[in-house]
Write a protein that binds this ligand. Structure first.
Ligand code: SAH
Length: 487
């Protein structure tokens, strides 16, 4: 089989190529190092072996010879081996040596180019590496060789004389000597310069200075240094996103947690998925199956969560058994779930809470009077709606469509929570389960709640609720977080 040398890009997992994702999905072994994006490892099958080859600044590191030997040995066993490398595998990444070792051993290999940090990191800082007329070339150099010692093969005079953009990788530690060397080689000390640390990642930081002053600030690797007229360009976009730099815990069940996290990331946040709830089939599945088959006998079917919709339709054998039942949804997410089954909700209340749904149903039914209603929903849920409908004379069947359970606490949670500033609760059960699992003390300082019911539960459990969404949806909650954080 083949050994793939895959460029993982500079950090943002979205910058992996399609080919990279494809070969990861079929990997038997993934060999990765420190700057690899760990979430990309999730693209490999769960049973694939994951081998870290270190390169921690202070921890153990595997020598390049050992890495080459490992790739050759694994390649020979016939496994699909993915060697994941930061940026592009052939740009200052020793991919050339790895490929040479594979070629010499007769092991079939493929190079999957990646997006190099030399171009993408400046781009995420709003710096184009070329500009028509003013910057007509860019030179990518390593800052690893000590320019002061006169060793190495880099001709700094030539680099300075080119007059285009200079991009320095691996230059954080030697920033001062590099800048001095370029000034010595004839570059103007006032030339714009920028350093981008942890580019394309949620904690990206951009320092802007001149060639003379860049080294006055302390630089932590990994950093990409850009020198030249373009470094004065400030087309910032990534760092301007409303939730940039905010670390927010998402407590919803999967797969909703992943969707909410993706939404938060698009708004610039670092989202941490720590589901405090999971869904399981109800005790009595048969009852749900019967209710679905007989849904046409009801006047109304009322859905109070997307999960209720999905579980109900999972057990609906024939759509025609719905007959002419009218359908109500508590809010837009639930009606969107209905739409997945080509059903348009007849009724969605103005406010997305049970009280408002109750009122809207009673209003809507007024001309004909109360009827028969089917409510497929979570096994344990508030009784506002069924009790209210029954009191108004409705014939109510509450059918458990799923059970909510608390997942086992995540052992890595304590460390993650320690430096997280905000947490988002999307239901009362996420609050209860989270506090039961990790304790009130572990809850981040900023508590965001989706609505009044969740807020009340949180206060009950001793939490200070910092903000509550005015529209009780995930989108509303994210908007409330954006309003809360100062830009
Ligand atoms: N093959 C990689 C480069 C490896 S050398 C590529 O094509 O991008 C490692 C250097 O890349 C780091 O010292 C730093 O200069 C740069 N680098 C990698 N990831 C970076 C990031 N997220 N932000 C800033 N610089 C980064």
């Amino acid at each position: 089989m083949t050994v793939y040398l895959v460029g993982a890009g500079p950090g943002d997992p979205g910058l992996l190529t399609l080919r990279g994702a494809e070969v990861l999905a079929g990997a038997d072994v993934v060999v990765y190092d420190r700057l690899s994006v760990t979430s990309l490892l999730d693209l490999a099958p769960p049973e694939a072996e994951r081998v870290s080859v270190g390169k921690q600044p202070d921890g153990p590191r595997t020598s390049q010879d050992d890495i080459n030997a490992l790739l050759v040995a694994r390649g020979r066993t016939g496994q699909q081996v993915v060697r994941l490398k930061g940026g592009d595998p052939f740009v200052f990444a020793r991919g050339g040596e790895e490929a040479a070792a594979l070629a010499a051993a007769g092991v079939v290999f493929e190079i999957v180019p990646g997006i190099t940090s030399a171009v993408a990191v400046p781009a995420y800082a709003g710096i184009p590496v070329t500009m028509r007329y003013s910057s007509t070339s860019f030179t990518v150099v390593t800052g690893h060789e000590d320019p002061a010692k006169g060793e190495g093969s880099l001709n700094w005079e030539a680099v300075a004389a080119l007059g285009g953009t200079v991009v320095v990788l691996m230059g954080a530690a030697r920033c001062r000597t590099i800048c001095d060397r370029l000034i010595g080689a004839g570059m103007a000390p006032g030339t714009p310069a920028a350093a981008v640390q942890w580019g394309t990642r949620p904690h990206q930081r951009t320092l802007r200075a001149t060639l003379a002053t860049l080294a006055d600030s302390e630089l932590q690797p990994p950093a990409t240094i850009v020198i030249g007229e373009v470094a004065a360009a400030d087309l910032a976009w990534f760092e301007n996103r409303p939730l940039f730099g905010r670390r927010i815990v998402v407590t919803r069940a999967q797969p909703q947690a992943a969707a909410m996290a993706a939404h938060l990331r698009r708004r610039g946040a670092e989202a941490i998925e720590l589901p405090a709830i999971a869904f399981e089939p109800p005790e009595d599945v048969e009852r749900l199956v019967r209710a679905a088959a007989e849904a046409g006998r009801y006047d109304w079917a009322v859905f109070t969560s997307p999960t209720g919709v999905h579980r109900f339709f999972q057990h609906l054998r024939d759509t025609r058994s719905l007959g002419s039942v009218r359908v109500a949804a508590i809010g837009p997410a639930t009606s969107a779930a209905l739409a997945e089954y080509n059903l348009v909700a007849d009724l969605v209340p103005q406010r997305y809470v049970a009280e408002a749904l109750l009122e809207a149903l009673c209003d809507e039914a007024r001309p004909r009077g109360p009827g028969r209603v089917l409510i497929p929903r979570a096994e344990a849920a508030r009784d506002v709606l069924p009790d209210g409908l029954a009191a108004a004379g409705w014939d109510v069947d509450v059918i458990p469509a799923y059970r909510t359970v608390a997942p086992a606490p995540d052992p890595a949670a304590a460390a993650l929570l320690a430096d997280t500033e905000a947490i988002a609760f999307t239901s009362s059960s996420t609050v209860t389960n989270f506090v039961d699992a990790y304790g009130v003390g572990a809850v981040p300082a900023i508590v965001a709640s989706i609505g009044p019911v969740t807020t009340a539960t949180a206060r009950d459990r001793g939490l200070d609720v910092t903000l509550e969404a005015s529209e009780h949806t995930v989108e509303g909650l994210i908007a409330a977080l954006e309003d809360f954080f100062p830009r």
